[in-house]
Ligand binder design. Structure first.
Ligand SMILES: [Fe+2]
Length: 190
């Protein structure tokens, strides 16, 4: 228990810290899937690094929650990303899959899916940045000064990951776009 805050405030803070932890708990599962599916070597490595950072983030949040008299949650938040309608290439890939069980070597889906998933990665990292920035302000307002350095460390890792994704976008597009473009052209010529 901390001296600066009342038991009621502590239990409210625990709710907020656990909310944040539930996002990291879900992020771990998503990162594991992304490491497995990402076809680009640089991306895979950076996702692996962020997976390990996220484990550290969970530990920091668990430490704060215990210090404020709470139990760290195992709950996993729903990670919200935009759900746009399927693109023409996705529809084509689906139709081809239905047509042939042998598979289609021209299938544009992996590249286009990776583009979509990377965009989701960036959106989710930015959502985490917003959460930590607000949580830090809230902790400050509530007198939970001792939580701030740990939250700040989590924030900096999210900022670094978000920046890496955006900085790496030209390299990613170098690798993904030619395949998408040629699929678009061949679809248009059919
Ligand atoms: Fe993250």
């Amino acid at each position: 228990m901390t001296q600066n805050t009342s038991p009621e405030t502590n239990s409210k803070l625990v709710e907020y810290f656990n909310e944040c932890l539930s996002v990291e708990n879900a992020a771990i599962d998503r990162l594991q899937t992304r490491i497995d599916e990402c076809p680009l070597q640089e991306g895979k490595q950076r996702l692996q690094q962020h997976f390990e950072e996220t484990r550290g983030q969970q530990n920091r949040l668990q430490e704060i929650i215990s210090k404020y008299g709470g139990s760290p949650t195992d709950a996993k938040a729903h990670l919200a990303t935009p759900k746009p309608p399927a693109t023409q290439l996705m529809k084509k890939a689906l139709a081809d899959t239905v047509k042939s069980v042998k598979g289609d070597t021209d299938n544009p889906l992996p590249e286009e899916m990776e583009l979509i998933r990377t965009k989701e990665d960036a959106i989710l990292e930015h959502a985490e940045i917003v959460s930590y920035q607000m949580l830090m302000q809230l902790a400050e307002r509530a007198g939970a000064q001792d939580a701030i350095p740990l939250l700040k460390q989590n924030l900096q890792e999210e900022e670094s990951m978000a920046k890496w994704i955006m900085d790496n976008t030209p390299l990613m597009l170098d690798q993904l776009w030619p395949k998408i473009q040629s699929a678009v052209t061949s679809t248009a010529n059919k």
